[in-house]
Design a protein around this ligand. Structure first.
Ligand code: SF4
Ligand code: SF4
Length: 317
């Protein structure tokens, strides 16, 4: 899909009334596209920048209307009567209109990812203004919102012009010049730090961590200069980054760059059904969430190093 990168973007969700991603009540805007492939990701529908098709078998009544009418490219078929439809995802990969979704009257086929212009997005979020109270506002996340950084920068500038408090959530994986553009109009920044060992980081996420560490240091510096509030977030993934060695290395790193707070977020499986809806395999199908005792232990380790650690939604806002 061709976009004007300054004024158009693909967004996969907009949620009001969030109290976990910045101060007050907030509207979350999720941008599609991400350069990382964290194996525990709970938003697999965010990975590509293009709109995609979800197939929700629990809503499918096997009427087969879609087989006959929905896809001019022949991507939908049935093998045997009475079975669920089959979607040829190789064909869908090249499809950007996802026109089939409108043909399913039972909502079993759903388009995820929709184009918004800047004006459309501003209009949409403005409807929530009365729920933000004095402290709330808008939080931009993804996916990785930096994949659409030109639009995001313009959107955040428009928010500030309209006196809307702004926050961003990011993987930290983008060129610093792009962050400079975006952060001009950000009040709060949440940046993930997933592993201190770069080889391990690449194993778990698909990318090395050097760029992320450099960006975190730069954002920490901005924060110390008083330009924005900055919180590092560490997803707690059992058997990946939750060992003492990595937690202590993270604490040491944060201390060297002057960061005194971290928010630990336990792994959860809430995104599992979306893998099925995209015909993808979920690597964490059988992985339990970390027990509270592990989170408390990690908190103690951080605090023994002088870093305030907020567990889960127990945050300073
Ligand atoms: S996806 Fe929708 S249109 Fe296709 S068979 Fe199921 S209910 Fe019918
Ligand atoms: S997403 Fe596109 S290619 Fe895939 S079934 Fe729908 S219309 Fe056909």
């Amino acid at each position: 899909m061709n976009l004007n990168l300054e004024t158009e973007a693909i967004i996969f969700d907009i949620q009001g009334f969030s109290v976990h991603d910045g101060p007050g009540s907030r509207t979350l805007v999720f941008f599609k596209g991400c350069p990382l492939r964290c194996y525990w990701c709970c938003n697999p529908e965010s990975w590509t920048t293009q709109p995609q098709l979800l197939y929700r078998r629990n809503k499918c009544v096997k009427c087969y209307r879609c087989v006959e009418h929905a896809c001019a490219k022949g991507a939908i078929s049935i093998t045997n009567p009475g079975e669920y439809i089959t979607i040829n995802r190789e064909i869908c990969k090249e499809c950007h209109d996802v026109s089939c979704a409108a043909e399913c009257y039972h909502d079993a086929l759903k388009q995820v990812g929709k184009k918004y212009t800047l004006d459309e997005l501003m209009h949409k979020i403005e409807r929530d203004r009365r729920f933000w109270s004095g402290r709330g506002g808008v939080t931009v996340g993804g996916g990785e919102m930096m994949t659409q950084y030109r639009f995001v920068a313009n959107f955040l500038a428009a928010c500030h012009e309209s006196h809307i408090h702004t926050a961003v959530e990011t993987t930290g994986y983008a060129p610093w010049a792009n962050y400079e553009l975006v952060l001009k109009n950000v009040d709060w920044a949440f940046v993930d730090l997933k592993h201190m060992n770069s080889d391990k980081h690449k194993e778990g996420t698909g990318v090395r961590n050097e760029l992320i560490l450099e960006n975190i240091a730069q954002i920490a510096k901005m924060s110390l200069e008083g330009n924005l509030r900055f919180i590092v977030r560490m997803p707690v993934i059992p058997n990946f980054n939750a060992d003492d060695e990595n937690v202590l290395a993270t604490a040491q790193y944060l201390k060297t760059i002057g960061v005194t707070e971290v928010n630990c977020l336990p792994f959860h499986r809430l995104g599992a059904s979306k893998y099925e809806q995209l015909d993808r395999v979920y690597a964490c199908e059988d992985m339990p969430s970390p027990p509270d005792s592990l989170l408390k232990h990690i908190q103690q380790l951080f605090e023994s190093e002088g870093i305030t650690c907020y567990r889960s939604s127990d945050t300073p806002f």
